[in-house]
Design a protein. Structure first.
Length: 109
């Protein structure tokens, strides 16, 4: 996978669609906190500062790590927007690479 260090550019590195690996996507979606983030992004992009977890006591460093795992797995896109960042679900890439997977995970109870 061609992930570059985050310091190379103001934009964070994201894997290309053809680099997405099922094991990494499933791992990213297996954590309840990360899955909560993905469910919030289901309806469209959210500013990173407005993305909340079920547990408001989660430390900022933990949230940053959750976002990083999702981004590096190719589940979300994290792009600069002014002084903040915008998170969006890479639904199209995931659906092309792993048809039906995202819907199945998002609709599971």
């Amino acid at each position: 996978m061609s992930i570059l260090p985050d310091t190379v550019s103001p934009d964070l590195a994201h894997p290309q669609e053809q680099e997405l690996q099922l094991t990494q996507v499933l791992f990213a979606l297996s954590d309840p906190g990360r899955l909560d983030i993905v469910r919030q992004l289901r309806d469209g992009p959210v500013e990173m500062a407005n993305c909340n977890l079920m547990d408001p006591e989660v430390a900022k460093s933990t949230k940053s790590h959750l976002f990083k795992v999702l981004r590096e797995a190719g589940v979300i896109r994290n792009i600069p927007k002014g002084r903040g960042r915008l998170l969006s679900l890479r639904r199209d890439s995931l659906d092309r690479r792993f048809p039906g997977l995202l819907e199945a995970v998002l609709n599971a109870n």
